[in-house]
Design a protein around this ligand. Structure first.
Ligand code: UDP
Ligand code: MG
Length: 324
């Protein structure tokens, strides 16, 4: 049985961190190789997600100097999740196990040892889970918490405090690639792949250098993506809300009739104004959520490619066809 490891690292404008990241990952691969845990054909696969800085030039240079470094160059910026998927797709052709991690060294590289141990113990998916969020900003910590809670409430099967630091076996990766949705929210989809899985906890550090590539706007879009791609519960909640409002208005109607019959007709300004505003708000909100899903359906019907690869730098050793 071979043990080829591919470490997939999506990079968007990461020239500040790449020198350090590549150094640490190379050292990690070296020690793992010396320890006999992984094969010599293991690779570090950087995916350049349409960076505007020198990221791709740096990846090319790393590859020239040492063939342990390989690279995938996307035709343009497609976002973290798609870049990750592109890397996994390339890696799944060669690797037995694929570890995905961010470029900024927030994920503890040393946790990889335990991930590989868990893989050897028979797990197809090993989730990296943060032991604490002390290093995150107060805002990020709390919004992230709220987000996970909400996804749970909506019925999505999602691993708490797990980002995209994980190990996938080859068959889990192939399984993941067979999910064809264009709107991709990997941490919600991976649990659907199934197979035996486990978690490995690690301390998440601060970004090594450079700025976060997930500004607030992108984060909100990502969260919305997560909700609407994993659950249709919001639409059901709207239906229930609508039903409730209908029942209440029925009650009001009866009251109005009784009042009319008794001859005490009220001026009624307050109730009219309140109903208009409450119902107006509810309707706008409901239409908005339904619109989200319709938009999503529209995007999915186009069946657009999730990414296009411009070039691949990879000196993979040709694998023999092994039976079984
Ligand atoms: N990233 C990417 N494409 C993008 C945005 C981000 O490939 O459009 C990569 C980025 O280079 C990093 C990872 O996704 O390796 C996570 O981004 P970042 O660390 O900035 O996010 P944060 O940790 O702040 O949530
Ligand atoms: Mg980061």
């Amino acid at each position: 049985m071979s043990n080829i490891l591919y470490i997939v690292v999506p990079c968007y404008n990461e020239q500040e961190v790449l020198p350090e990241t590549s150094k640490r990952l190379r050292e990690k691969v070296q020690t793992l190789r010396q320890g006999g845990k992984i094969d010599a054909d293991s690779r570090i696969l950087f995916v350049n997600d349409g960076s505007k800085d020198a990221t791709w030039e740096m990846i090319q240079k790393l590859h020239e100097e040492n063939s342990v470094f390989s690279g995938v160059n996307l035709s343009r910026n497609r976002g973290h999740q798609n870049a990750l998927l592109a890397g996994i797709a390339v890696a799944a052709e060669h690797a037995d196990m694929i570890v995905s991690m961010d470029a900024d060294l927030q994920d503890d590289v040393d946790a990889m040892d335990r991930m590989i141990d868990a893989y050897e113990a028979g797990n197809d998916i090993v989730y990296g889970v943060r032991s604490s969020r002390q290093k995150d900003t107060f805002f990020k910590r709390n919004t992230a918490q709220l987000f996970y809670r909400m996804l749970h409430f909506l019925g999505a099967e999602i691993v708490y405090n797990h980002a995209d630091y994980r190990l996938l076996s080859r068959r889990a990766a192939k399984g993941l690639l067979s999910f064809e949705e264009v709107n991709l929210f990997l941490r919600g989809i991976v649990p659907m792949v199934g197979y035996q899985s486990t978690t490995v906890t690690y301390e998440r550090g601060e970004r090594f250098a450079g700025e976060s590539k997930y500004p607030l706007g992108k984060m909100v879009a990502f969260a919305l993506e997560g909700v609407t791609s994993l659950s249709v519960k919001p639409i059901r909640m709207i239906t229930m809300g609508g039903l409730f409002v209908c029942l209440v208005s029925l009650g009001m109607l009866i009251k109005a009739f009784v009042d009319y019959a008794n001859g005490n007709v009220e001026p009624g300004w307050t109730s009219v104004i309140i109903s208009i505003w409450v119902l107006g708000g509810l309707q706008l909100f409901a239409i908005g959520i339904i619109g989200e899903y319709i938009g999503k359906t529209y995007m999915e019907t186009k069946r657009r490619p999730r990414y296009l690869i411009e070039s691949v730098l990879l000196d993979a050793v040709e694998q023999e066809d092994t039976p079984g």
